[in-house]
Design a protein around this ligand. Structure first.
Ligand code: AMP
Ligand code: GLY
Length: 425
């Protein structure tokens, strides 16, 4: 088979690694890819939103299957565009991708189908939002821009002043663009956060192994929210008992709800969960693999990923067994100093050769490119994700922090406490 992967981040490098492992694939293309993906795939300089060019490329190269797991193109209808052109694609159609694309939609869905989540209100008028905040007078409170905002459209506000400032930022200053047309104000929940990802074929779903992300920039989970600074899998807090509750109250009802709404969900459904005192609740849905959750999940998956993608597209997920190794993985993100605010690019990365031909440690590229001298340099905030497999979580964590020492670039930043929760389990 010839496969085209759309995207170019650490998640895509992990997906690409799983795809080239498939016995069924003899050629992988990636658009646009990055310097790491270029070592296992042929990269084409086409942007993820350039649907016409991607379709023309897929036709020209006689691609058998395209894979997309990025929010912007999915919410803008890349799957619908490929299907209309008669091409096979793994991903979620636009009418179902809205589960991530609009928080007002996903909150209304959960309310209608009694899926546990934080209580909320939706506003289209800033003054009304401010008046409600004043009358409600309970803090902290959570403000969310309705639409996609690179994972940054969520503000946790501790005082009325902060919250009113937040309303201004989202609705009037439009810091997150049109994502701020509508505002969701949500009750603040406390508890442990777990990511549960599932393959879904419209009717059936199969859960992948669990994971946990570290979203804050600083050690001890302090500072600004980021795209994710590290992950581990499995989560010791996602017990069989919690899983059973989630199956019954969250996973099954969500898949059924989407079907009832005429928005059959096919693809990867990401459940961001908070394990609260009142039981697990949904923090958010994503319509794709998580980043960097994928960097710890896929290295543990034993089943051929192409078989799984096809089962999702054909509605036959009930006929395949998806297996994960009985081990653990930890991923430490190496970022550019200054991320997520401002940072420099173009720093030469040293030490990548240590990861060549290893199947126990991986260096997934997130923000890298070749410079005009052919050297691999930094080109984003999150630069690399160093993942190690181990017999258990502590072993994997030790190995990940050992492997991190191979890499060096100017102003490299990392958290030193990825997986600290493991010690509390
Ligand atoms: P989201 O993009 O919706 O996942 O939000 C980003 C992060 O904000 C989450 O991973 C949580 O850590 C935090 N968050 C979002 N909603 C809530 C909430 N209702 N209560 C507490 N924390 C939240
Ligand atoms: N790691 C969180 C996300 O992918 O949205």
């Amino acid at each position: 088979m010839k496969v085209l992967l759309v995207g170019g981040g650490g998640r895509e490098h992990a997906i690409a690694t799983a795809i080239v492992k498939s016995k069924r694939v003899d050629r992988l293309y990636c658009a646009p890819g990055n310097a790491g993906i270029a070592q296992i795939a042929e990269c084409a300089p086409i942007g993820v939103m350039e649907f016409d060019r991607l379709i023309a490329f897929a036709k020209q190269k006689q691609v058998d299957l395209t894979v997309c797991s990025q929010d912007d193109p999915l919410c803008a209808g890349i799957v619908d565009a490929f299907e209309a052109a008669g091409l096979k694609i793994f991903g979620t159609r636009k009418n179902a991708a809205i589960i991530e694309g609009s928080k007002a939609f996903s909150k209304a869905l959960m309310k209608k189908y009694h899926i546990p989540t934080a209580a909320y209100e939706v506003f289209t008028d800033a003054e009304e939002a401010k008046a409600w905040l004043k009358a409600n007078n309970r803090f902290p409170i959570v403000l969310k821009a309705d639409g996609l905002a690179l994972g940054k459209g969520v503000l946790i506000c501790n005082t009325l002043e902060e919250a009113q400032e937040g309303v201004r930022t989202i609705m009037l200053d439009r810091k997150f663009g049109t994502a701020g047309n509508e505002l969701v104000i949500e009750e603040f929940m406390t508890g442990r956060e777990v990511s549960a990802l599932a393959f879904v074929d419209g009717t059936h779903y199969q859960l992948m192994t669990s994971s946990q992300d570290h979203k804050r920039i600083g050690d001890g989970d302090t500072g600004l929210n980021t795209g994710g600074m590290g992950t581990f899998s499995p989560s010791p807090f996602f017990t069989d008992e919690i899983r059973r509750i989630c199956d019954e109250k969250i996973f099954r009802p969500t898949v059924d709800a989407m079907k009832s709404e005429g928005r059959e969900f096919r693809g990867v459904l990401y459940f961001g969960l908070m394990l609260t005192e009142d039981g697990p609740k949904v923090v958010e849905y994503n319509t794709r693999f998580g980043d960097p959750e994928t960097q710890v999940i896929l290295p543990r998956m034993k089943t051929d990923i192409i078989d799984v993608f096809e089962a999702c597209m054909n509605g036959t997920l009930d006929r395949i067994r998806i297996e994960f190794a009985d081990n653990a993985a930890v991923c430490v993100v190496l970022a550019s100093g200054g991320y997520p605010v401002s940072y420099e690019k173009g720093k030469v990365i040293h030490g990548l050769e240590h990861f060549r031909d290893r199947d126990d440690i991986f260096c997934f590229h997130a923000g890298t490119k070749f410079d005009d001298r052919g050297r691999i340099v930094t080109s984003g905030g999150r630069v690399l994700g160093v993942t190690a497999l181990g017999s258990d979580l502590k072993d994997a964590r030790n190995r990940a922090y050992e492997a991190v020492k191979y890499i060096d670039f100017e102003k490299m930043y990392l958290r030193h406490d990825i997986g600290h929760a493991i010690d509390e389990a």
